[in-house]
Each structure stands twice: as C-alpha cells, then as structure tokens.
Design a protein around this ligand. Structure first.
Ligand code: R1P
Length: 289
C-alpha cells in the first residue's frame, strides 16, 4: 500500500515515466495554476492532456476552479507542463501529497517551477487585481510543525536540511518587473511576502493583523509547500499571487468585505489575460536564453 506521507522515489519515477512517454517530450518548465487561473494551461500549444484520474497514483482535484488536468506541450518555444488544478492541505491531503507533483515535474526534467495563486491582499497598498511577485514567504504550517519534507529523507531528491534563504529567483523577479513595465501594468505589480495558512476557512481579523505585523503582504492556502519541495530538489522558483480580494483588517459589519471563493474566481477570470501574458513573456525570455 502506498504511503502517502512519503511517496517513494520509485513511485514518483513511474508517474514521471508515464507522463514523459505519453507526451513524447521532457518539459523544462513546470507551471502550477492558481484558483481560477487554469487558462495559463489553455495557452499551451501541441497540448497533450492527462486527466489526474488517469495518472497512476495521482491525487484528484476537489476544489472549484481547479480542473484536475496535467497539460504538457510548448509555450513560447519552451517545453512546459502545467497543473490545471493543485492540491491543498484542507482537501485532506498530507502536505507531501499536495506537493508530490513537484517531484514528478523534477523527474520529468523540469528545471523551473512557476507557481501561481489567488490570494488576499493584506498590504494596504495592494488593490484587487494587482499581481504580487513573491520574494519570500512565512510558512505558518511550518510554524505548526508540518512540512512536505517530514519523514525519511531521500537524498536523490535533496538534503535533509535544505536552505530556503534564496528560494525565489531574483533574476526572474527582475525580468517580471521589466515585463510588467513593458505591459504598462507596473503600478499593479508589487514584490512581497506570501503566507500560507491551512484553510479552508478564510482568516479572522485578529489573524490578519498578526500576519501584517509579521511582514506578510498576501495570504492564501497554497504554494509554500510546493516551493519548499521545489527548492529541496534544486529547482529554480518563480511565484506570484493574484490579489483577488483586499483583507479587512479592521472590525466592521460590512458583509461585502467578507471574502468568498466566488469573488476569488471572478477576479481571477477578469485578470487571467494579464497573468497569461506575464507568464508567456517570461517563458519566452527563458527560452531565448
Ligand atoms: C480560496 O478562495 C482558495 O483560493 C486560493 C486559496 O489557497 C484557496 O484554495 O487558491 P490557490 O492558492 O490554489 O490559488
């Protein structure tokens, strides 16, 4: 029986072989689509689509806005694989299972992880629809003693004690800022700190105040465990949050300031074009070397 807390190397290798054989290519760039941002995978050309249900030992997506498909093909001259649907801790999956696809990407040949998410903006300067390029994170699940790397370490993936000091690739952040300028959206682009909570409930006002005091700019329920897993196996990471709502950090009775997944999905849909363009342009630059 498969131990879902520590997927053995051989199982990950089998999944990777299934995908690379089926797709006929070894992708260089892995993309994880955030809530409502599945269109990032729709722009992939010569797409070979794998439904999660049909991939051996792969989890299934249970959240609206996460289709549950792996799309392999080319984008702007680069070979890519995109997860149209990610796995969250609140779905009942252990963190190692949530981020297991990142190891699959690694064994498929992926060198760069592009992770995207929908997040609440805590920084008062952030507006709905803005994009925050992640330059660091605060791992609240880690504070609580949970990690995707818990359990025996397989050195074929990486070291027992990985450093996360420079997790978010600075060159890619700088390139993304330049691309934002070229797209004329520089005033909507920020560089900030993301924090992941377990969810599925949104945060209380007291929690949001505490996160702000800790230097957190945007909050969500994903990405951090994927980044940890990617850095453990030495992938280069680029990640951004689409700010889909502004977090209320003062007490009031305004119902319309309460976050909802419908709002998250609607804003993601509204901003998907710019998100796709940012990702495509960045990949084009990478492909050009
Ligand atoms: C809440 O609306 C959902 O949106 C975000 C949160 O993490 C949560 O799953 O989704 P992604 O982080 O997958 O974009």
């Amino acid at each position: 029986v498969l131990n879902e807390d520590t997927y053995p190397y051989e199982v990950i290798q089998e999944i990777a072989d299934f995908i690379t054989k089926g797709a006929g290519v070894r992708p260089k760039i892995g993309i994880i689509c955030g809530s409502g941002l599945g269109s990032l995978a729709d722009i992939i050309q010569d797409a070979r689509i794998f439904e999660y249900e049909k991939i051996p030992n792969f989890p299934v997506s249970t959240v609206e806005g996460h289709a549950g498909k792996l799309v392999v093909g080319t984008l702007e001259g680069a070979t890519v694989m995109a997860m149209q649907g990610r796995f969250h801790f609140y779905e009942g999956y252990p963190l190692a299972k949530c981020s297991m696809p990142v190891r699959v990407m690694k064994l498929c040949g992926v060198e760069y992880l592009f992770a995207t998410n929908a997040a609440g903006g805590i920084n008062p300067r952030y507006g709905v629809g803005d994009i925050m390029l992640m330059h660091d994170h605060v791992n609240m699940l880690g504070f609580a003693g949970n990690s995707p790397l818990q359990g025996p370490n397989d050195p074929r993936f990486g070291p027992r004690f990985p450093a996360l000091t420079n997790s978010y690739n600075k060159d890619l952040i700088n390139k993304a800022i330049e691309i934002g300028k070229a797209m004329g959206i520089e005033s909507n682009i920020h560089v900030g700190v993301y924090s992941c909570l377990g969810g599925p409930n949104y945060e209380t006002i007291a929690e949001l105040k505490a996160l702000r005091m800790m230097g957190v700019d945007a909050v969500g329920m994903s990405t951090v465990h994927e980044v940890i897993t990617a850095r453990h196996c030495d992938m280069k990471v680029f990640a951004f949050s689409l700010i889909t709502n502004k977090c209320a950090t003062e007490y009031n009775d305004k119902k319309d300031e309460e976050p909802s997944h419908d709002e998250v999905m609607a804003v993601a849909k509204m901003r998907q074009k710019d998100c796709c363009e940012l990702v495509s342009r960045l990949i084009r630059e990478l492909a050009m070397g």
